[in-house]
Design a protein around this ligand. Structure first.
Ligand SMILES: [Zn+2]
Length: 97
């Protein structure tokens, strides 16, 4: 075998090794992408649970505000009265001056 042929075969061997490494990297990247997609779906599902709980909390605050207004016996309340905190904050007993 000529030196030239040996050199060319060695070069071809290196190229094949490089191609194998690239293929391995592509496989790892695809596996990680699939894993990220699964995690993304789990997060979306958890976000839906959080939105549902948040909506429930808002409804409960509205009910609590209505109960505090009823308890106060007053017809009207100031906008800064604790009864008017729903749904952003937890309402409280009437503190109109
Ligand atoms: Zn009030």
């Amino acid at each position: 075998m000529s030196d030239d042929l040996i050199e060319r075969l060695a070069g071809l061997g290196e190229s094949m090794t490089t191609l194998k490494l690239i293929g391995d990297l592509q496989d790892r990247i695809e596996a990680q992408a699939a894993e990220l997609e699964d995690q993304s779906k789990q997060i979306a599902s958890q976000m839906n649970v959080i939105y549902d709980i948040s909506a429930e909390v808002q409804n409960l605050r509205e009910l609590l505000a209505a109960a505090y207004i009823e308890l106060s016996g007053k017809d009207g309340h100031a906008s800064d009265c604790a009864t008017s905190n729903a749904p952003a904050m937890t309402p409280g007993r009437c503190d109109c001056d």
